[in-house]
Design a protein. Structure first.
Ligand code: NAP
Length: 489
């Protein structure tokens, strides 16, 4: 009898969910989104809108939501952070709940989540860094740009980083993407322009004392291949206290470069901006002028320390571009000619990296979870198209660490469309798992004190009030204990 009843219910549910994409249901679809950055919040928003029966829980290892919008976006880009208003409305939706301070892996395992929710969407992004794999990478004074970004943005894991800003007057940034421009700008901006942003107070103290006046932005390829975008480049080139140095010989283009620019408007615009900057005369504005050097066609070979402890120079090899047969891309090839830049700080800005968790198929070569339109594949072997039931991925973990905040909107749309299609086709059965109650039970059993969205609102209020006293939009709380305390009281 029990078996028959279960069978009937299954059939009823299938019929109901076969009616259409946004069909309402008496059985809620229990969805857990892991990660509360843009990819996670856009997924939650799309899911709540598209399926009126969906209940969405968002978990995050930090007590604070918003991922890269809080920890990644530069403090002097407040307009990019406005999107948190939209995300806050999502979190306050009556079918959505936020569980901060819940870490996938230690607080709850992936297999527990999959047993608890009909749908698990992984949106935890890229919390690690690509490596160069060259000698001296672990010297003091050599950091990833991500660590530096997390430090100035008050991420609680990096408040004690203490970057070496007083060792010399020169910093080298490796890579020429938008993160490289962000860190260069923060190192070079007049302190008065940072004081009224939401930059962490500990970072302001360090930057006030900083002796860095020269930043070298080093690219292994040429100006046509610089990975930054035009808007961000224009911003740094326009800084009033800055002289920009570009060797005009690096601007000579090949027919392949011309072809690249013909096919990519952004590459062309970036090249034009760099050319214009190279031809501009140097400024003699304020007494506290700083210098930004764009260095092209150089790849890092090793980091040197004069005292066997802290970096004192970067050795670079000159490169030329060769066409790579398989990708058709122009790649940098060493020429056997070398040079060095003396410096006291190196920031490696060569890309973020995602990390796997136990039980998750992972493509180590590409650093992503293998997937088809957000459906997680059972293995990274491209011949195997079997998917993992109820498991999805979105954001940087799905497509690699590229794209701006808004890119995640389209990425989330694709993943949510896959989920809805699987519901419609009866591959996912709503309410077949306990959902929120199940998660709460696991957290109680493990003694995990989660921070609900109201806890974040308390933190938010305290940060804004502390900011008011200093003419800042907020003064971030940057320590785990203080964050957890602020969330309660
Ligand atoms: P990115 O745009 O991929 O740039 C990575 C840079 O590192 C490239 O110049 C790349 O050169 C270089 N690189 C990679 N491996 C290297 C190696 N082994 N040796 C030397 N150089 C190497 O990454 P990102 O700057 O971390 O940015 C990530 C994403 O966030 C991007 O899509 C970016 O636009 C976005 N973002 C946007 C903003 C904004 O809109 N304001 C701000 C920050 C970040 P090759 O081209 O030769 O590989």
């Amino acid at each position: 009898m029990k078996v028959m009843r279960r069978f009937l219910l299954y059939g009823q549910r299938q019929r109901l969910h076969s009616r259409g994409f946004s069909s309402a249901s008496w059985d809620p679809l229990h969805v857990c989104v892991v990660g509360s950055g843009p990819a996670g919040f856009y997924t939650a928003e799309k899911m709540l809108k598209a399926n009126e029966g969906a209940e969405v829980d968002i978990i995050d290892r930090l007590p604070t939501p918003f991922g890269l919008v809080r920890s990644g976006v530069a403090p002097d880009h407040p307009e990019t952070k406005i999107v948190v208003n939209q995300f806050s409305r999502v979190a306050s939706h009556d079918r959505c709940s936020f569980f901060g301070n819940v870490s996938l892996g230690s607080s709850v395992s992936l297999s527990e989540l999959r047993q608890t929710y009909d749908v698990v969407v992984l949106a935890y992004g890229s919390e690690s860094d690509r490596c160069l794999g060259i000698p001296g990478e672990d010297l003091k004074g050599v950091h990833s740009a991500r660590e530096f970004v997390w430090w100035y943005n008050g991420h609680p894991d990096y408040r004690d980083m203490a970057p070496e800003l007083c060792n010399s007057d020169t910093a080298v940034v490796l890579g020429q993407g938008n993160v490289a421009l962000d860190v260069a700008r923060i190192l070079l901006r007049p302190i008065s322009e940072l004081e009224t942003t939401d930059i962490a107070d500990h970072a302001l103290d360090f930057l006030r004392k900083s002796t860095i006046r020269n930043v070298y932005l080093v690219g292994r390829r040429g100006p046509v291949q610089a990975a930054c975008t035009a808007k961000e480049l224009r911003e740094i080139l326009g800084m009033k206290n800055l002289n920009v140095h570009i060797n005009e010989t690096a601007l000579v283009t090949s027919p392949m470069d011309e072809e690249e620019m013909k096919n990519n408007r952004i590459r062309k615009r970036v090249y034009e901006l760099l050319t214009k900057a190279a031809k501009s005369s140097l400024r003699d504005g304020s007494t506290d002028m700083r210098d930004l050097h764009f260095i092209f066609f150089r790849k890092p070979i090793k980091f040197i320390s004069e005292d066997n402890s802290t970096v004192s120079s970067v050795h670079l090899e000159k490169t030329v571009l060769k066409e790579n047969g398989s990708s058709g891309k122009q790649v940098a090839v060493g020429t056997g000619e070398f040079e060095e830049i003396k410096c006291g700080l190196v920031l490696k800005s060569i890309g973020y990296k995602s990390l796997p968790v136990d039980g998750l198929p992972f493509d180590n070569d590409r650093g992503v979870v293998p997937n088809v339109k957000g459906r997680v594949l059972a293995s990274a072997d491209r011949m195997d198209t079997k998917t993992e039931q109820g498991l999805y991925v979105v954001g940087w973990l799905k497509r690699g660490p590229t794209g701006i905040v808004g890119t995640n909107l389209y990425c989330a749309e694709e993943t949510v469309a896959s989920i809805l299609e699987d519901v419609k086709n009866g591959k996912l059965i709503p309410a077949s798992k306990p959902g929120r109650k199940g998660l709460q039970q696991i957290l109680v059993e493990k003694g995990v004190k989660f921070v609900p969205f109201s806890g974040w609102e308390r933190i938010d209020l305290k940060e804004k009030m502390a900011g008011q006293l200093k003419n800042k939009p907020r003064e971030k709380i940057t320590n785990w204990n203080d964050l957890l305390q602020a969330a309660i009281r």
